[in-house]
Design a protein around this ligand. Structure first.
Ligand code: 5U1
Length: 694
């Protein structure tokens, strides 16, 4: 069993050497064959490098069966084995996550090519390193005849049936595009099969709903789908593909190569219909490699799929040939890794936090760990069921994952590291903040504090919600300040905020005169707001921004909303029975009406009017889905524009979708839209629609 605390030893210690080999063998098998890893990749890499270092220092200890001598693990018996015509190489990894990582590679290339200092910069192709499974696609006379996993690099598994279900992979080469080359008699295309983040979340949601096992990360979900014995099940798993290289190639006529550069090869693949990432670029010399690394690292969280670094390749195929290979790795390529997105750490405590609506959330306090580029100290478990399923206990060693801008999560516990007296976590019967009963209603997954605004935690969250950027926006009013104001009994309710004087603010801990004045100014500024912002800020359950906008547009005034009976509320496009009921319950409580009256008395203002018989807006009644990275608009901006034009933004493509707004790196949503005949817009086309030009 894996035990990261086993004592390390000097390189020659035979027990350490044996332990490293056995541990790496076991985890390579779990990773490549069982799709059930129990060790974070970064930890595996660390042990692998330790073993490599021992073997480099003492080559007499090297054995042919050492994990360093293999690329992966043998294929499962259930799939037919395929011997690769051209071995599927691995790629040298540069783990130095600084700019020096790119400089090291460029310096090595220049040395191996014997370039003098004054020789021009080497041209590279820089690509994202997709976190999926490497795949070899074999085309005979332009038709897909076989798809095989990498396996151990020499032989993989025949997964053709499953790969055929991926819409992005051409079953036949498209030779009709301008500039497309004729189909070679034999062509092997290499690339990565992966699962987009949104597809992964949706799949896990479906698995949960069906009471089936969920996947720990998109890579595992993709691996599980590719190696699914039943292609019908594989077909339901949304996979995507990016091409990045070649295996075997036979050209029709003898003579020179069809492409002179790696970039030319990628263009040819694109012309034949393979997806090639829009993030691929040519970079000249180390400086441009560093700029690429930094640019992609900045975009990493916002990309619709996981990447674990970037890849640099010498662009000229002639130079690649000159450089050749060392053992199983090309000398002309390197993977420059980003900080790992999964790491091991220990659980210090499990606290229970109280949210704005009283929801109790177990929060795992962790020994600080650097993961996904930030230091993580907390991870949430959504509710009691998740806490039970993951069975996280104080003192446990856990794998923590932080990918994209999602909240860090505990992926799994290492049971073999559990202390014998570790106690099962249970949700408390009382709210940990106010002591009111914690209730789990029938059919609900969440426990809630029943204290309402009696509970100071709920009051704090309600104030922060009201003051946030997308509500009335009180700049500078953060959680530390609200903690002090509520805990010190200075404010209890939202209107109290607007009664705050400069003197009570400057009396607070670490509050300079200037900062206190800024808060007073920000409060003053926030008084001029809009009806949707104010309504959203009230924090009524189920009333998000879009619903608040729809209500404001429909009724025109707050009083009309406050007094509307259920059936009138349900006449609003975004409002169903649950939302209508929630609105009625909120406005039927005299203390909530009192809060609204007091806020008005404090000077909060917005424009109101009778609901206008407005001319139809360009997107009224239309449902749009956004995917990929847009050239100039953020997702929030695009959503705002669409909603302002009367449209609705949905999360997934269905028959009810009118338009798909697609940017770079659009994944399976684009396939689905094409499959269903949904109109696909780019950013310019959206703007034309909004301007009434289309
Ligand atoms: N983008 C990209 N990923 N990736 C992985 N290119 C690429 N090339 C690879 C691998 C293993 O290998 C070749 C350099 C042989």
């Amino acid at each position: 069993m894996y035990n990261p605390d086993l004592p390390g030893a000097l390189p020659a210690d035979p027990s350490r050497l044996q332990w490293l080999r056995e541990t790496l063998h076991e985890h390579a098998h779990r990773y490549h064959v069982l799709d059930a890893p129990t060790m974070p990749d970064a930890e595996y890499d660390r042990l692998f490098r330790e073993l490599q270092a021992i073997e480099t220092e003492q080559p007499e200890l090297l054995t042919p069966d050492s994990p360093t001598q293999r690329v992966g693990a043998p294929p499962l018996a259930a799939f037919a084995s395929v011997r690769h015509a051209v071995p599927m190489l691995s790629i040298r990894t540069e783990t130095d996550a600084q700019a020096s990582g790119a400089h090291n590679f460029d310096a090595r290339v220049r040395r191996e090519l014997e370039l003098t200092d004054d020789a021009p910069a080497v041209d590279y192709v820089a690509e994202p390193k997709f976190d999926g499974l490497a795949m070899n696609l074999r085309y005979v006379q332009g038709r897909l005849v076989q798809a095989a996993t990498r396996g151990d690099g020499e032989s993989g598994e025949d997964v053709t049936q499953n790969i055929r279900t991926i819409g992005q992979i051409p079953l036949r080469l498209d030779t009709s595009a301008p500039g497309a080359l004729p189909a070679p008699p034999l062509l092997e295309v290499r690339g990565e099969v992966y699962m987009g983040r949104a597809d992964f979340e949706a799949l896990n949601e479906r698995q949960r709903a069906a009471g089936q096992k969920t996947f720990v990360n998109p890579r595992n979900a993709a691996a599980g789908a590719v190696r699914q014995l039943d292609p019908a099940i594989a077909a339901q798993r949304p996979l995507s593909f990016y091409a990045y290289g070649l295996g075997e190639l036979t050209l029709a006529q003898a003579g020179g190569p069809a492409f002179a550069s790696h970039h030319g090869l990628l263009q040819a693949l694109k012309n034949w219909g393979f997806p090639v990432s829009g993030l691929v670029t040519i970079a000249s010399g180390a400086t441009q490699l560093v700029a690429y690394y930094e640019a992609i690292a900045r975009q990493r969280d916002a990309l619709p799929f996981d990447i674990d670094g970037v890849v640099y390749k010498v662009n000229s195929l002639a130079l690649q040939q000159r450089m050749g290979f060392v053992t199983r790795e090309p000398r002309w390529a390197v993977a420059h890794k980003f900080p790992a997105q999964e790491q091991l750490t220990t659980v210090l405590s499990i606290d229970v936090q109280v949210g704005r609506t009283g929801k109790l959330t177990p929060v795992v306090k962790l020994a600080p760990v650097f993961v996904g580029g930030v230091t993580v100290t907390n991870a949430t478990l959504h509710n009691e069921d998740e806490a039970r399923r993951k069975d996280v206990r104080v003192g446990d060693t856990v794998v923590v994952r932080r990918a994209g801008d999602v909240i860090p999560e505990v992926v799994f516990v290492l049971p073999e590291k559990r202390l014998p007296d570790a106690m099962l976590f249970t949700m408390p019967a009382q709210c940990p903040v106010c002591g009111s009963a914690a209730v789990r209603e029938e059919g609900e997954a969440d426990h809630r504090c029943s204290g309402g605004l009696f509970c100071s935690a709920q009051r704090k969250q309600a104030i922060l919600h009201f003051a946030q950027r997308r509500a009335v926006e009180v700049e500078g009013l953060g959680d530390k300040l609200v903690d002090q104001l509520v805990d010190g009994g200075i404010i209890r309710t939202l209107p109290d905020l607007y009664r705050l004087g400069l003197s009570s603010l400057v009396a607070l801990d670490r509050m300079a005169d200037k900062s206190a004045q800024n808060i007073v100014d920000a409060l003053q500024q926030s008084k001029q707001t809009t009806l949707p912002r104010f309504l959203f800020g009230l924090g009524i359950r189920h009333v998000g921004e879009a619903t608040a906008k729809a209500l404001a547009g429909h009724f025109g005034s707050l009083d009309a909303i406050m007094d509307a009976p259920l059936e009138q509320l349900q006449a609003v496009s975004d409002v169903g029975p649950v939302v209508a009921h929630s609105l009625r319950t909120f406005f039927d409580q005299p203390h909530n009406r009192e809060v609204v009256a007091q806020l008005r008395a404090c000077g909060l203002r917005w424009q109101e009017g009778a609901p206008l018989a407005r001319p139809p807006t360009p997107l009224s009644g239309k449902t749009l889905v956004i995917t990929g990275t847009l050239p100039t608009l953020s997702r929030d901006q695009a959503k705002d524009l669409i909603e302002a034009a009367g449209g609705k933004v949905a999360g997934s493509v269905s028959k009810k979708t009118h338009y798909l707004l697609a940017g770079a790196e659009a994944g399976s949503k684009l396939d689905k839209a094409r499959e269903l005949g949904v109109v696909v817009l780019d950013e310019d086309a959206l703007k034309e629609l909004l301007d009434g030009r289309a």
